[in-house]
Each structure stands twice: as structure tokens, then as C-alpha cells.
Write a protein that binds this ligand. Structure first.
Ligand SMILES: O=C(O)CCC(=O)C(=O)O
Length: 264
């Protein structure tokens, strides 16, 4: 399919300056061809292998932001499931947006996949930084969403309320079907949403599975959504790069230190 961005949302671009301007104006941007086809294929194979295995074993945990997981499938803690997701977590493009919006160091708060399926529902309309205290004069986090499949209106593309990043937290939990715009993008793109943007997943009406990987980064003053100290696969802790160690909170500057030091 050809991506058909709504006039209210930015067009896909590979120009990072344009992407930055789109983020300021709309609260989101789309960077096309962010992944090489070979890497995309590796990510897709790994994710669907895990998804099908988890389904078979009944390994699942739904999301508090809405009962979307009876049909839609959420897979948590991706960096522990396959090293290819660690590559995405510290991908230079992701780091570009994290540093632009949040500075450095920053934390990876969570990295999960959401796979929509026919009959699955939308999540509650939310801003990812909804649990952070207002006033929201700036983004306190940024979500870098990797499109593993084409995102289309019919298969449940993420839907957002363009410009809602300037509403200071208003509108969460409300129904705004008239304001929601699907963010259509090709597989291999990233959709970057700053933390204040209202969004949800669309309803999948065509039964074509749509996988997105949502990497949520925050300022290093917020408790991560995933408790990495307990849930991270030790091999990642052992061999992961310094960037990963920082993102998981194992190289703290001020908060989270160990007897005053940044490591044991
Ligand atoms: O699956 C989607 O399109 C949206 C996911 C989402 O909003 C989230 O993980 O916060």
C-alpha cells in the first residue's frame, strides 16, 4: 500500500531537520526507511517467532491502559528476548530523537510490541507521560515506534490527535473518534511520538496482523516501566554496550547510585 498521511499529520521524511520540525508542530514525525530490509526481516522473524511461541504457551500480560490484549498481543521486555531488539533500543536514529528531546543520559522505560489482530480493541486514549506530574511545558519522554509491518488504517495503525501535545495533559481517557488520525507508514519506518501526544492503537478490521515495537524513553528521574534490575536477561547486562547500560539505568549520574558509585 502507499502510505497516505493525513493532512493533519506530517508526511514521512528522511530529513531529520524536517522530522524535528514535525515533532514540534504535530507532536509526531515519521522517518521512512529507518531500517534496512535485511534488518527489518530479522526483527520481524524474531518478533513473530516469540509472539507465536508465547501464544502457544499462554505467556501473556495485558496492559493497564486498556483491555486490548484479549486479541491484540502485547510482548514485554523485548531486549531480553532477542539481541536484535537491543540493536533497536540503541539504534542511532532512536538515540538522535532521545538526545534531541530529552538530552543525555536518558532511560529506556520499556520496550514492548503490540500486535493487533481482527476484533482487537483500541487502548484507552493516552499520552505516554500521563503518569508524570503536570504542568507539561515540555516532553518528559519520547516513544520511538518501529513499524514491523505496514501500518494502515485497516490493520490498526496507531492513531493520534495531532497537536494534542500542547494540551497540557487534557483529553486523556476521553473518546475523540472525530479527532483521531491514523498514522500510516511503511514497514521499516519509525513513528516518533513525543510524550505528551494523545494516541492509541486503531481497531484492526482486516485481520492482517500489524506489529509495532514501542520503545519508551524518559528523563532519568522517572522509575522505568520495566524493572530492568529484575527482568533484564543477564547476558545483556554482561555484554551490552555502554549506551545500553546507561539506558537500563546501570550508569546513573545522580539517582539510583550504589553506595555513591555508578556501578558495583
Ligand atoms: O499499538 C499501538 O499502535 C499503540 C501502542 C501504544 O499506544 C503504547 O504502547 O503506548
Amino acid at each position: 500500500m502507499d502510505a497516505m498521511p493525513s493532512p493533519d499529520l506530517p508526511k514521512p521524511t528522511s530529513d531529520l531537520a524536517q522530522a524535528g520540525a514535525d515533532l514540534s508542530k504535530h507532536g509526531a514525525c515519521i522517518v521512512e526507511a529507518a531500517l534496512d530490509p535485511e534488518v527489518l526481516a530479522e526483527v520481524r522473524d524474531a518478533l513473530y517467532h516469540i509472539a507465536d511461541g508465547d501464544k502457544k504457551r499462554g505467556w501473556s500480560e495485558s496492559y493497564q491502559y486498556g483491555a486490548d490484549d484479549h486479541i491484540n498481543q502485547r510482548i514485554w521486555n523485548l531486549p531480553s528476548r532477542d539481541a536484535v531488539f537491543c540493536d533497536l533500543a540503541e539504534h542511532p536514529l532512536a538515540m538522535h530523537f532521545v538526545k534531541e528531546l530529552l538530552g543525555w543520559p536518558a532511560l529506556l522505560s520499556s520496550m514492548s510490541a503490540n500486535i493487533t489482530g481482527a476484533g482487537g480493541a483500541s487502548m484507552v486514549l493516552h499520552a505516554d507521560q500521563g503518569y508524570m506530574p503536570p504542568p507539561w511545558s515540555r516532553p518528559l519522554g519520547v516513544n520511538v515506534a518501529w513499524c514491523v509491518d505496514d501500518f494502515t488504517a485497516a490493520n490498526g495503525a496507531t492513531c493520534a490527535v495531532p497537536g494534542s501535545h500542547l494540551w497540557n495533559g487534557k483529553g486523556q481517557g476521553q473518546h475523540m473518534a472525530d479527532k483521531l488520525v491514523p498514522i500510516e507508514a511503511k514497514a521499516g519506518s519509525i513513528i516518533v511520538m513525543e510524550g505528551r501526544l494523545l494516541h492509541t492503537n486503531g481497531v484492526n478490521t482486516n485481520g492482517v496482523r500489524r506489529a509495532g515495537i514501542f520503545s519508551w524513553y524518559t528523563l532519568p528521574i522517572y522509575l522505568p516501566q520495566e524493572n530492568w534490575a529484575l527482568s533484564l536477561n543477564p547476558i545483556v547486562r554482561q555484554y551490552g554496550s555502554e549506551t545500553l547500560q546507561t539506558l537500563f539505568g546501570f550508569r546513573p549520574r545522580v539517582l539510583g547510585r550504589i553506595n555513591g558509585r555508578d556501578r558495583i
